[in-house]
Ligand binder design. Structure first.
Ligand code: AMP
Length: 215
């Protein structure tokens, strides 16, 4: 299965992608996580990307397209994958088509996560994540068992530098201008399914699975 999760930052794509990929035994490709790993490892690509990420802007298309092309070609993606946070622009979507076409693969579905704007701001500003294993929590909706510590690996939780109120506003504006046009792009291609992203993680997961082909 090859699927794209599309939606504004904070709609729950990452949480659902993590769980669905495990359950379906396919890969999760999060361009945000790949870029943050590049930042943590102080790779030249990561350091270049950080300048954009800290401002809530998109990293240049050629950088993320290269990352995704590379990852899709790796053995872990052979059985399928969920793309979480890619594509985010029309040129990225066009490149994804090319990347899939050269492997004679098709995109099975694009899941469009929908939640109201106010809920996005609350979700992002309360989000905390583990810098060590990338597990994600929320101060109110998904608190860790021990305050400030990751349930999975015990590391100290941190707020992403781009989850502050001002940067969240910029990221939402960028989403509207550059990523939202992909809703029509994929609707026209007849692969888009809208998913109500409100409610508990379990409720959303149940609705998500009903939309995935062959699950
Ligand atoms: P995310 O973890 O998906 O919210 O991504 C965090 C940040 O990484 C974004 O605000 C962008 O700066 C950058 N980023 C992630 N994915 C992409 C992408 N597909 N295109 C451009 N920039 C991206």
């Amino acid at each position: 299965m090859r699927v794209v999760f599309l939606g504004a930052p904070g709609v729950g794509k990452g949480t659902q992608a993590e769980q669905a990929a495990t359950r379906l035994a396919i890969a999760r490709i999060s361009t945000g996580d790949l870029l943050r790993a590049g930042v943590a490892a102080k790779l030249p690509l990561g350091l270049e990307a950080k300048r954009y990420m800290d401002r809530g802007e998109l990293v240049p298309d050629n950088v993320v397209i290269g990352l995704v092309d590379n990852k899709i070609g790796s053995p872990e993606c052979r059985k399928g994958f969920i793309l979480d946070g890619f594509p985010r622009t029309v040129p990225q979507a066009d490149s994804l088509s090319d990347i899939l076409r050269k492997r004679r693969w098709a995109l099975d579905r694009v899941i469009h996560f929908v939640i109201p704007r106010e809920a996005v701001v609350t979700r992002l500003t309360g989000r905390r994540s583990c810098p060590h294993c990338a597990a994600v929590y929320h101060l109110d909706y998904r608190p860790p068992k021990r305050e400030g510590r990751c349930d999975a690996c015990g590391a100290a939780l941190a707020q992403r530098s781009d989850d502050t109120k001002d940067t969240v506003e910029s990221r939402l504006a960028v989403y509207e201008a550059q990523t939202a046009p992909l809703i029509d792009y994929y609707r026209k291609a007849d692969v888009l399914a809208d998913l109500d992203g409100m409610g508990s993680v379990e409720d959303v997961r149940a609705r998500l699975f009903a939309l995935l082909p062959g699950v």
